[in-house]
Design a protein around this ligand. Structure first.
Ligand SMILES: [Zn+2]
Length: 138
């Protein structure tokens, strides 16, 4: 049996492990600058806002909004149902804190810009991909 979803697994490092494995505890995690509170993604050794080095891993709520999306109709790689939605979502914690992801658990045709979504995780080996589904409570 082949895996139903093709995903390129990221290379885990000490700098990104918190992000790719947070789903193990059902948490979407980013580095956060302690002095100024800026969330940092992708991981960096310095805060881009204040150049501070006191960065710690913290979890966000997982709530986000669809900023833009595209429907993938072409089967370049083995994938589940077609079409599926590739989206950029904005996390509610901070302007500019964005992820490229898939919107799942709803028909791709129902994905809309501005739609409220929340994180769900999909495990592949030792990586938990953050995907997003419609947030019924929003
Ligand atoms: Zn900072």
């Amino acid at each position: 049996m082949s895996d139903p979803v093709f995903r390129v697994l990221p290379k885990l490092t000490d700098q990104n492990r918190h992000f790719w494995q947070g789903g193990q505890e059902d948490e979407l995690r980013f580095l956060r600058c302690q002095p100024c509170g800026t969330w940092i993604h992708p991981p960096s050794p310095l805060c881009p806002a204040c150049l501070g080095k006191d960065l710690r891993v913290e979890a966000v709520s997982g709530r986000a909004t669809v900023l833009t999306f595209t429907l993938n109709h072409q089967q370049w790689v083995p994938a589940p149902d077609h079409p599926y939605a590739i989206a950029i979502v904005a996390l509610e914690e901070q302007e500019g804190l964005r992820l490229m992801t898939n919107v799942v658990n709803c028909p791709a045709e129902e994905v809309r810009i501005g739609m409220a979504v929340r994180v769900v995780f999909e495990q592949h080996d030792d990586v938990w991909f953050p995907l997003f589904e419609p947030d019924e409570d929003a």
